[in-house]
Write a protein that binds this ligand. Structure first.
Ligand SMILES: NC(=O)c1ccc[n+]([C@@H]2O[C@H](COP(=O)([O-])OP(=O)(O)OC[C@H]3O[C@@H](n4cnc5c(N)ncnc54)[C@H](OP(=O)(O)O)[C@@H]3O)[C@@H](O)[C@H]2O)c1
Length: 178
């Protein structure tokens, strides 16, 4: 403060001011990286003068890509797939050990089709790398998202067996669409 009062040091110049209501302009100005001096954002005496807007960013899924649902014809998977269609998805791939036997005559597949959604179904196991590769290469549209909704329930599995199963599933999927 002493140096300042004695005039040895001065504020950085030039100073460019932006109202807080236009803070985005200040950020854009700084982003250019060509300014010198200081950028100052000024706030009104009464903060209530500032306009406040709330943004709720709803999920928007893409209609031009596929979403791959592993085990997605199970209970939860169907509900999630329907919700994804509500959010804009238009190409769904269902992959499970029995999904390939589900035809376009299935009431659920018909319901999805009626909502403008194309559906591919493939049989195979997510623990089998070549099955996963085959599904990925058969996708009608590039795969933009993967839902892991498969599970097996067993009372005889030890924790180690369960952990190994999870590792194998994750490994196969990760190799193909990670
Ligand atoms: N339901 C719940 O309350 C709840 C709660 C929390 C989390 N979750 C999780 O949500 C997911 C879905 O649950 P859900 O209730 O929909 O289960 P679900 O009805 O039993 O469906 C799971 C599906 O996984 C498929 N599957 C099993 N092994 C597979 C494999 N090796 N490869 C590919 N698909 C396989 C099965 O189809 P196939 O027989 O045709 O292979 C089955 O339809 C699970 O991961 C579960 O852990 C569920």
């Amino acid at each position: 403060m002493l140096f300042y009062e004695q005039g040895h040091i001065k504020p950085i110049a030039p100073v460019k001011y932006f109202d807080a209501a236009h803070v985005e302009d200040a950020m854009r100005y700084m982003q250019k990286g060509s300014h010198i001096g200081k950028i100052v954002v000024t706030f009104p005496e009464d903060p209530m003068e500032l306009e406040a807007t709330t943004h709720s960013r709803d999920l928007v899924l893409r209609p031009d890509v596929s979403y791959l649902s592993i085990g997605g014809l199970g209970g939860l998977g169907r509900s999630i797939a329907s919700w994804m269609v509500e959010k804009g998805a238009r190409h769904l791939i269902f992959f499970s050990r029995s999904a390939g036997t589900v035809t376009s005559e299935d009431p659920y597949i018909k319901e999805l089709a009626a909502r403008g959604c194309s559906v591919q179904t493939f049989s195979g196991s997510v623990s089998n790398l070549s099955d996963v590769k085959s599904v990925v290469s058969s996708a009608a549209k590039p795969i933009a998202g993967v839902l892991q909704a498969s599970m097996v329930l067993s009372v005889s599995n030890t924790f180690l067996q369960l952990f190994n199963t999870l590792l194998t599933w994750t490994f196969s999927l990760g190799r193909c669409v990670g």
